[in-house]
Design a protein around this ligand. Sequence first.
Ligand code: GLN
Length: 481
Amino acid sequence: MHQLTIAEIIRGLRSKEFSSTELTHHLLSRIQQLDSSYNSFISVTEELALNQAKAADKCLATGEAPALCGVPIAHKDIICTNGVRTSCASKMLDNFIPPYDATVVENLNSVGTVTLGKTNMDEFAMGSSNESSYYGPVKNPWNTGYVPGGSSGGSAAAVAALLVPGATATDTGGSIRQPAALTNTTGLKPTYGRVSRWGIVAYASSLDQAGPIARNAEDVAYLLSAMASHDPKDSTSLDRPQTDYTAKLNDSITDLKIGVPREYFGEGLNAGTAARVQDALKEFEKLGAELVDVSLPHTELAIPAYYVIAPAEASANLSRFDGVRYGYRCEEPSDLRDLYMRSRGEGFGEEVQRRILVGTYALSAGYYDAYYNKAQQVRRLIKQDFVQAFEKVDVIMGPTTPSPAFKLGAKNSDPVAMYLEDIYTIATNLAGLPGMSLPCGLVDNMPVGLQITGNYLDEARMLNIAHQYQQVTDWHKASAV
Ligand code: GLN
């Protein structure tokens, strides 16, 4: 049963091949037996899951069940769940139990999903390897000596290890696409504003977007259809009609124009990764698409701009964790200043502290113009690169990451090497565009991801393109376990 995709689960539940309760029991016992090897879950919500499954089975029996009724999923532990600890993989929030659901959780609950638990992640979503979690690193199911990518490494690993068919995740600079690439899963970061950020712990508010990770584009389409909504509680939420992203999966892509940015195939790209991505592009040509050479000249400025803007926003967002209102509080503070300093010093891990320091510096008087304003100007140039490219092409394709997964610990002592991991993914967030990653082959038996960047609000087309590729290739079916 754990091999079933979401589409197959929907059919199986409706034709009464199995019940949601049976499926939920099966997956919970797999998590219990196997997850000690991956550490992909921070919390397993057994009681909640079985209650939701029971309710789903009742609803399915009426013949009028909502779209995802009885489908088990997991939520990244940055997404607030009513009555269920939401730790953000930080000691700071180890004891935080939200009294409400995030809008995405509410949306998914309302179509009948079953929550198996909360997935591990980099602390406050800061990282690319899932090694900065307070609860220990997540291991890549393809080889447990390797990282699964981050920051949504737990969601990606849980899907890759067949512990859950789909999971929510968030992406500020690549955190859905990069772990999807490294674990052979399919993940999509929507257009900024497509999915509500309400109830999701903020990292860098102008970049954060939630999206799904699953085993193929069709399943991602099912999850996105439920997750995306206009939400008056998020002031940046886009007022667009509810969309069924599965509706156009089978459209033809023969007139597709694919932009191939030359800057994405230069220095630093692993030869095996480049070869697999080129194979995928050839496959698209066979499907009738045309490849068009495009240029995104400001690509190399994306990382420096991001590592000013993201820490700047993070330093402001994380100032709320002060040991006073909620979260970790140090023992026996001598005065208020000591309370602030030790609560934050003891509650936040090293990478989070590094980001707060960098961000506070960049925003401080005298440096604001030199760093923050400059980075915002570069952000505009990066966005314009894409606007120009999309005048000529429908989508842009290239590698999701410069290389396949690396060994645990390999980049821990060198933050800049870690930051370079996101070289192809970050510009998408700076521009607010939708991006996805899908499996396109293996190098030394480790997965490679193909990245598709779409124009604003073009998620349905991107999923159609990915689905068509997955009809003629089997890479997404290759399994880690
Ligand atoms: N790796 C990037 C960072 O550490 C992106 C993380 C993310 O998308 N949440 O900030």
